[in-house]
Design a protein around this ligand. Structure first.
Ligand SMILES: NC(=O)c1ccc[n+]([C@@H]2O[C@H](COP(=O)([O-])OP(=O)(O)OC[C@H]3O[C@@H](n4cnc5c(N)ncnc54)[C@H](O)[C@@H]3O)[C@@H](O)[C@H]2O)c1
Ligand SMILES: [Zn+2]
Length: 366
């Protein structure tokens, strides 16, 4: 089992990366002083696969366990469902000596974390991320939130879990599209922070896609370590350190908004956003052609989209200027200067953004 620490003073916690031992999670949790009353928050898809295993293991170690289920889908990451969860916690007489266990992907993790952060002014919570995206990204760093009709993640806070327990074996049941989409974030870590890791992915991307266990273990551990480091240095994303994680997200997010979150999985939009960022950097002559080519090629080989279909590039620009990353009218981009290094720029010439968006849009009139 790998152990990675998120270093945040008294809010520090461990991320355990295990393989096939979810059935023994009760034993692990016993050492964490979480209280005896557990509430597992999950959804029907993940719940049917894993909730009994987790529950049995907790019961065996003397925990009292309740299960609360939320329907599967981003639209249920809402205040309305948070409120229903408060009702259930109260019904089960959960008090400040109880804890929440989030069993699911990023949607469950964000929602359960939000509920944990507010119920009785905050009760402990444990993340058990079951999607690749949640394992390498969403479960780490304490951003918890629900969506608002006017936008994603608009209501939330920073609230760190007491432990993140990752079991790689659960990825076997994850839908292929979800797995591939998360690879965008995995590749992102290489581009922003770790040239050697990027090279490793170039060599092993096919093995990642077939879930070869040793490769999977390595990539989840490395991504986890990179995110943990960034969070430890800049928990609240105030120092421009953690924010490099938003590489590819400027245009990616605009694309998601423009297509109303219906066409692209988040990682797919980020993949296109990273292609755009690479091309912008290349045109600004801060990245060489080879650096651009390697990014695009690896994303393609991972099975991710690198072009936009049937979307008006000007629409993307409009959506961009409404983004929260815009400060005083300037759009902020994270750009790679080489594989493994990025910088934040707000001086990208608008013509370059336009040219690049036209270049990556299929069926665009040129
Ligand atoms: N807090 C953060 O720092 C952070 C970072 C990135 C993303 N997020 C949030 O994460 C969410 C996206 O997370 P996601 O991509 O995991 O989506 P998700 O939670 O919707 O999971 C994707 C799908 O996979 C299913 N699933 C999960 N684990 C499975 C398993 N082991 N076997 C079979 N099916 C499984 C889910 O039920 C769902 O249908 C978004 O709401 C996003 O805002 C948060
Ligand atoms: Zn992302």
């Amino acid at each position: 089992m790998e152990e990675i620490k998120v270093d945040l003073g008294e809010r520090s916690y461990k991320i355990l990366v295990d393989n096939g031992n979810l059935k023994d999670i009760g034993k692990v949790l016993k050492d964490y002083h979480l209280g005896k009353k557990a509430t597992i928050i999950t959804n029907p898809l993940v719940g049917n696969l894993y909730q009994d295993m987790v529950k049995d293991s907790l019961v065996k170690e003397g925990f009292e366990v309740a299960i609360a289920r939320v329907p599967d889908g981003e639209e249920y990451k809402s205040l309305e469902w948070a409120s229903k969860l408060y009702d259930e916690l109260l019904e089960h007489k959960r008090d400040r000596y109880s804890f929440i266990l989030a069993l699911g992907g990023g949607v469950i993790g964000d929602l359960a974390g939000f509920v944990a952060s507010t119920y009785m002014r905050g009760i402990p919570f444990v993340q058990v991320p079951t999607s690749l995206l949640a394992q390498v990204d969403a479960s780490i760093g304490g951003k918890v939130a629900v969506n608002h009709p006017l936008g994603k993640n608009l209501v939330g806070s920073f609230y760190q879990p007491k432990l993140v327990y990752t079991d790689l074996a659960v990825l076997k049941t994850l839908a292929r599209r979800e797995l591939i989409a998360a690879l965008a974030e995995v590749i992102k870590y290489g581009i922003i922070k770790d040239r050697e890791f990027f090279g490793y992915l170039e060599k092993n991307i096919d093995e990642v896609k077939t879930l070869r266990q040793d490769v999977l273990k390595k990539i989840v551990a490395i991504c986890t370590r990179i995110k943990s480091e960034l969070v430890s240095l800049d928990e609240r994303e105030e120092k421009g350190i953690r924010s490099i994680i938003n590489y590819g997200h400027t245009i990616g997010h605009a694309l998601e908004v423009l297509t109303k979150y219906k066409i692209y999985r988040h990682g797919e939009a980020v993949s296109i956003g990273m292609v755009a960022a690479a091309k912008i950097a290349q045109r600004m002559e801060i990245l060489n052609k080879e650096g651009e080519r390697r990014q695009v090629e690896l994303l393609e080989r991972a099975g991710l989209p690198t072009k936009v279909k049937d979307v008006d590039p000007l629409g993307i620009i409009k959506a961009l200027s409404r983004d929260k990353k815009v400060q005083e009218g300037r759009i902020r981009f994270i750009l790679a200067t080489e594989i493994g290094k990025v910088e934040t720029r707000d001086d990208v010439p608008p013509e370059i953004i336009k040219e690049v968006l036209q270049e990556i849009t299929e069926n665009s009139e040129r």
